[in-house]
Design a binder for this molecule. Structure first.
Ligand SMILES: *Cc1c(COP(=O)(O)O)cnc(C)c1O
Length: 372
């Protein structure tokens, strides 16, 4: 990214040499993303991240197809970037159905099909949930949507770095991605829009992004995002296996040492995401102890942090508010080491023992450290 901040800093939309250099980097980036996802360059639109991509996909379709209908289907456990747009749209004449999810954290294709009505214009279901990691049957949902002449959007923000996504194979009409979820820079992302999909303009102004999303392009961000995605794809198999091993090792330690610990959600999930419930222990207190020991985890998505409400995702999969307030999401990445997993497990076990109201339930003691 540095050359695009220091040397090639021209505005990509300008006409002089500096601009042309910046534009050719952006063209190259668009070509590279298109080839990684198996689509046309003209189907990739650069945005400021996942939130914008989700907002644009949903508002853009809603606006373009208003004459056809006003019904949108989504799920109860989407990211706030989807839920809040749907909530807004329902105040301006749209009707939104929020499909429930199973206790394991999966959306049923049947439920989607049953919810489709003649006035349905769009279905939006996330590829993988950001709090519990469960992966949804995206291709099957796309089939059901298309059989019924309905457009399908997926928020693939959590999945794009670790799953081998091919948009033709998935057959989605719109797909959202964000660079900082796959080791890229913050504040940049993209929206895939299948050719011919009716999608209203998002930002009005200049002619950037085919006139649909005006504004000077973030050339260093775009170059960085594409480089990060290429690296992810190159290392996908190897780092995926490593991350899964670390995550499994961590889960094993938790479950063996802490009988009060349970996994939230089913097993078909992202390799590096696990959500655990520590029954009876307040996650806020636990997170504070973990933070003091250099362990960064969360009680929900960063986008809902600061709210005292229990996670809407955990409630959607049937957890009680108490269980939701006793749960923590842990994420593992390619830079984590086995030593870090050992350290984190030890800190968490000690902290849970300290905080548990019912320490009899915990059959662990520090002297038995080697048991874990
Ligand atoms: C992080 C995230 C977003 C928001 O992306 P930003 O780039 O942070 O705006 C949207 N959806 C999901 C599933 C996410 O995990």
């Amino acid at each position: 990214m540095l050359p695009y901040m220091r040397d090639i800093y021209g505005n990509a939309s300008g006409v002089h040499l500096f601009s042309r250099e910046a534009m050719s980097a952006i063209d190259r980036s668009r070509r590279d993303i298109a080839s990684l996802l198996n689509c046309f360059q003209s189907e990739i639109f650069f945005t400021s991240g996942g939130t914008e991509s989700d907002n644009w996909a949903i508002r853009g379709v809603a606006q373009s197809l208003r004459h056809k209908g006003n019904h949108i289907i989504t799920t109860q456990f989407e990211h706030p970037a989807v839920l809040a747009v749907c909530k807004y749209l329902s105040t301006v004449g749209y009707d939104v159905t929020y499909i429930g999810v199973s206790n394991e954290g999966y959306v049923s294709v049947d439920d989607i099909e049953k919810a489709i009505r003649p006035e349905t214009i769009l279905v939006s279901v996330m590829y993988a949930n950001n709090e519990i990691g469960t992966i949804q049957p995206i291709r099957q949902i796309a089939d059901v949507c298309h059989k019924n002449n309905v457009l399908f959007h997926t928020d693939a923000v959590q999945a794009i770095g670790s799953e081998n996504i091919d948009v033709r194979e998935l057959d989605v009409d719109l797909l959202s991605a964000s660079a900082h979820k796959f080791y890229g820079p913050k504040g940049v992302g993209f929206l895939y829009v299948k050719q011919g999909t009716p999608l209203g303009n998002y930002l009005f102004g200049g002619m950037q992004e085919s006139g649909k999303r005006a504004g000077t392009l973030n050339s260093p961000g775009i170059v960085g995002m594409v480089e990060a995605l290429k690296l992810c794809r190159d290392e996908q198999k190897e780092s995926g296996e490593r991350i899964k091993d670390l995550c499994d090792k961590f889960i094993g330690k938790m479950l063996r040492a802490l009988p009060i610990c349970q996994i939230n959600g089913g097993n078909n999930r992202l390799k590096g995401t696990i959500n655990l419930c520590f029954t009876g222990v307040k996650n806020e207190a636990l997170l504070t102890l973990l933070d003091m020991n250099g362990i960064a985890a969360s009680g929900g998505s960063a986008c809902s942090a600061g709210s005292l409400e229990p996670s809407h995702v955990l409630l959607a999969i049937g957890k009680t508010p108490e269980e939701a307030r006793s749960s923590i999401r842990f994420s593992f990445g390619k830079y984590n080491t086995a030593e870090e997993i050992d350290y984190a497990a030890q800190v968490i076990i000690d902290a849970v023992c300290r905080l548990s109201p019912d320490s009899d339930l915990i059959k662990y003691s520090s002297s038995e450290g080697d048991r874990i």
